[in-house]
Design a protein around this ligand. Structure first.
Ligand SMILES: [Zn+2]
Length: 273
């Protein structure tokens, strides 16, 4: 008899701002799912954006998880351990090597000099200058490495069908500021950590479709489409999505009233998958 596969899910906060109630609700839903299916929890702090990542935001993650009463089985148990052993900055060259492997596998990757503004001006998610065919060599700092997603490639996830070519087009894998893209690092990390189950906000549904396809294309074990759970987002008073860029300008007050409120929000969303 095959041994039962260990199921694993993850908490994947980004230290680019103070956590907001929406992040807290996601953590509780991850914990709830892990308990329900008997999965281990990994803490993976996505500090890929080294520019926006700040030590106080990392501290805020640990403090908030403790306040919520959430524990995890794998990953850093302290701020110090995170910085010395788990920061993604420590794996920059590793990501580069894994990306080179993908290129050698023959995935359609090319250097693209188009700026985001150019793509927006053409209302396109694909390279607009024909960079893949161009013989003009741009400097490394003027180009990003993009991966062509298949035209008409469909991925079903969360009860929806996502057209990769239309939504993602030529998706950036390696940024012009010499960092791996979020999508690339995410798929590599989920593979390396043996993640089998993901609980994330519905705003990431289209990313999930890309991650499912990318893992398969790159020959990595990925999370199966039916092991993704997408939940509704917690919205602000006027119905707007809460995001770090809109600023949780200061740490969330760790009061017992706030904790009750967040648990209540999570219970509401858990009953409405
Ligand atoms: Zn281009």
């Amino acid at each position: 008899m095959q041994p039962a596969m260990t199921r694993r899910t993850r908490l994947a906060p980004t230290p680019s701002g103070y956590l907001h109630p929406g992040n807290c609700v996601n953590f509780l839903l991850v914990q709830e799912r892990a308990q329900r299916i008997g999965a281990q929890i990994v803490l993976r702090i996505d500090d890929l954006d080294f520019v926006r990542s700040r030590p106080e935001y990392v501290e805020d993650i640990f403090r908030t998880l403790e306040w919520l009463g959430i524990t995890w089985d794998i990953g850093p148990q302290s701020v110090h351990e995170f910085h010395t052993r788990y920061s993604m900055a420590l794996r920059h060259e590793y990501y580069r090597e894994r990306f080179a492997q993908m290129s050698r596998m023959g995935l359609p990757i090319f250097a693209c000099c188009c700026s985001r503004a150019e793509l927006q001006a053409h209302d396109s998610v694909r390279c607009v200058r024909g960079c893949a065919q161009s013989t003009a060599r741009a400097g490394a700092d003027e180009r990003a490495m993009r991966l062509q997603t298949p035209q008409g490639g469909l991925v079903s996830v969360g009860g929806q069908t996502i057209d990769l070519g239309r939504v993602h087009g030529d998706v950036i894998m390696w940024r012009r500021d010499d960092l791996p893209s979020y999508h690339l690092a995410n798929v590599i990390e989920d593979h390396d950590l043996g993640i089998t189950d993901i609980v994330r906000g519905i705003d990431l549904l289209e990313s999930s479709a890309l991650h499912i396809w990318l893992a398969q294309a790159a020959g990595l074990s990925g999370v199966r489409a039916d092991s993704y759970v997408h939940h509704e987002l917690v919205t602000g008073v006027s119905g707007e999505k809460l995001s770090k860029s809109q600023g949780q300008a200061s740490p969330l007050e760790h009061s017992s009233a706030n904790r009750r409120w967040i648990h209540q929000l999570a219970r509401g969303l858990a009953q409405n998958p």
